[in-house]
Write a protein that binds this ligand. Sequence first.
Ligand code: ADP
Length: 179
Amino acid sequence: MNSPNATPRIQIVQGDITKQQAAAIVNAANSSLLGGGGVDGAIHRAGGPQILEECRAIRARQGGCKTGEAVITTGGRLPATHVIHTVGPVWNGGHRGEPELLASCYRNSLRLAAEHQLASVAFPGISTGIYGYPKKEAAAIAVREVQQWLASHEFPGTVVFVAFDEENRRLYEQEVGAA
Ligand code: ADP
């Protein structure tokens, strides 16, 4: 469902990110790039072995992915043609650089999408599952970073926030509405 408050280039949907028709979906990966639980596991399960193969190749080249950074693979069997894997910070109380690292995840993911001319990018709530980032604070950073990035870059595409549950959908709607 699109938020009535969303600006046209930002949409909010509730559901499973692996089903999204966006050009790219973003994975909340871990720094090993070898897969994990949560959305990471769902993406690898739905996308098939090709994604993991490409992740392994990236890992062999550059030794994984640091927190706040992002790498890109194709989408395997997913409807999305690409997956952007970014590593969110583990929440440790908020004074260990978590907000800035989470913001970098959004910026670096959008930079890769623009470099690869991907017209739509769908984000899950990076770090808000196993990594424990408070959902409200994470939604505020997500919306702020995407809005600032869209305002300052020539990117003709759209950004979709995919909320897995109703609580997250409401949080995104509030943040987009408040901006
Ligand atoms: P992290 O380790 O970065 O916290 P998780 O995968 O544990 O990553 O959770 C990130 C967010 O993704 C959580 O808000 C979780 O509810 C959500 N999520 C889990 N599975 C899916 C899915 N299939 N589609 C969209 N969001 C998902």
